[in-house]
Write a new protein. Structure first.
Length: 182
């Protein structure tokens, strides 16, 4: 390399190095703004912000990506709840407990094996309205479980877990509505 091109090389190297260093700062700042902007339009902005900020995948994600993250969380948590329902049902001896838990079993089967899978597929096809319908279906299906437990006066660790998945699904519906073409 001749002297001028060597200097140029180092100059370019330094510029890219410095811009590389400054990237984390600026990406992070705009991502925070993005999350706040998106969450402003939802029913529970604090829940929205907390849910998305706690997930490293939200860095650099667009609105659709944020819905995918929330849906993925709903699937993970939904599967945990389904497992809990199966465990509680396996232990239940009283018909008074078995009835409502059987309803919860059937509904969670729909949530994790149909609804959430449909949401993911519809999202991938950019069918935001259909995705919102299936996400709402999860909220309703879990509500059947909530009502069955309450009707039987059954105190269960499921109660708060149910609400968490419903909150995630309702949050995804809020964001999906802003993605539906007007
Ligand atoms: C929030 O809602 C307003 C009013 O409907 C809309 O103009 C804006 O684009 C929305 N912002 C986001 C990030 O969805
Ligand atoms: C979910 O959203 C619907 C529609 O806004 C609302 O009626 C329902 O109470 C919400 N569910 C929960 C568990 O917050």
């Amino acid at each position: 390399m001749s002297m001028p091109s060597k200097t140029l090389f180092w100059l370019l190297f330094m510029i890219s190095f410095v811009s590389l260093l400054s990237e984390p700062c600026c990406y992070a700042a705009s991502d925070k703004d993005m999350i706040i902007e998106v969450c402003k339009n939802t029913t529970y902005p604090d829940f929205c912000i907390g849910t998305l900020r706690s997930d490293p995948r939200s860095v650099g994600a667009d609105k659709k990506g944020l819905v995918q993250i929330i849906t993925d969380k709903a699937l993970t948590k939904g599967k945990e709840n389904f497992a809990l329902v199966k465990k509680l049902l396996g232990r239940a001896t009283d018909q008074k407990d078995k009835g409502p838990l059987t309803i919860c079993f059937q509904r969670y089967d729909l949530v994790v094996n149909r609804n959430v899978i449909d949401v993911i597929n519809e999202l991938n096809k950019n069918n935001f309205f259909s995705a919102s319908i299936m996400s709402s279906a999860s909220v309703d299906d879990i509500q059947d479980c909530v009502d069955a437990l309450a009707g039987a006066g059954l105190k269960s660790p499921l109660t708060s877990q149910n609400k968490y998945v419903q909150d995630l699904c309702n949050l995804s519906v809020d964001i999906l509505f802003t993605l539906i073409p007007k």
